[in-house]
Structures are given as C-alpha cells and as structure tokens.
Design a protein around this ligand. Structure first.
Ligand code: CMP
Length: 131
C-alpha cells in the first residue's frame, strides 16, 4: 500500500519503479480512498495501540494505492526493500528512507507474513481483479 502522504506527494511512480526493478510482479493494483471503517478494519490488529486512532485518521486523509506483489520470498524481500517502520531508522536506499516523513507517514505498508498477505490482498481485491 502506498499511503496518502506519499501518494499526494506524487511518489507513486518512483515507488512502483523501485518495486518493479527489484523483481516484484504486480498481480493487482488500484487507487482508492478508504473510509474510517475500512481503515479501522485493515489495521484492527493495532486497535489497542496508542497510535491507532491517529493511524486511521492518517490513512483516510487522502488517496492510497493498493497492490498485490508477487515474487519468491516476497514478504521478506519487500520488507527489506521498504526498510524500518520509522524512516529515521530505515537503511539507505530503502523506500521509507527516500519517501517516508515520519513513523506515521512512512510512505508504504507491507504485509508482515504470508498469512497476513493473503488476508490483506483479499481485503482490497477480488479473485477476478488479479492477473
Ligand atoms: P505499517 O507498516 O503500515 O503498520 C502499522 C502502522 O502504524 C505503521 O506502518 C506506522 O505507520 C504506524 N505507526 C504509528 N506509530 C507507530 C509506532 N509507535 N509503532 C509502530 N507503528 C506505528
């Protein structure tokens, strides 16, 4: 997912270029505006965390881009490509280092396991949306 601030700042093209040139295949893609209820559901695992309400607000502040990415070892390799959650701690050359502004406006989201990738993919896409 490309988050609202990064999308608003016109970083989507550069971020997708990094994703594609690192060997990921885009199996589905769309832009959309999340409602509060949708953002709250997507990040439900964090609902007890102190940052949850701000996170939901931030994710509904503008358009996002959602995509399903495929690659051998995709979850781990994508997490390496995006860098640490807090852009201040992200390694040089990572997406969050280049395009993240803060822990909340950290440019992109990535699934943290194969299991969650399947859940998150089906949150955004129907089987027919995939190639
Ligand atoms: P993301 O990978 O989308 O998963 C949850 C998001 O919560 C995370 O990126 C951050 O943007 C946001 N967040 C805000 N504050 C924190 C925090 N203290 N720790 C972890 N994630 C946070």
């Amino acid at each position: 997912m490309i988050k609202p601030a990064a999308y608003q700042n016109m970083y989507a093209g550069k971020i997708l270029d990094m994703i594609l040139s690192n060997g990921f295949r885009i199996a589905a893609i769309k832009v959309l505006n999340l409602t509060s209820a949708q953002a709250a559901k997507f990040y439900e695992v964090h609902k007890e965390r102190p940052f949850y309400n701000d996170l939901v607000k931030s994710m509904t502040s503008g358009t996002i881009l959602a995509a399903i990415l495929e690659k051998e070892n995709a979850v781990e390799d994508y997490r390496t490509l995006i860098g640490a959650t807090n852009p201040a701690n992200a390694a040089e050359g990572t997406i969050r280092k280049y395009f993240g502004e803060s822990v909340e406006k950290n440019a992109v989201h990535g699934s943290d396991s194969d299991e969650n990738a399947i859940i998150e993919a089906s949150f955004f896409f129907a089987e027919l949306d995939r190639v």
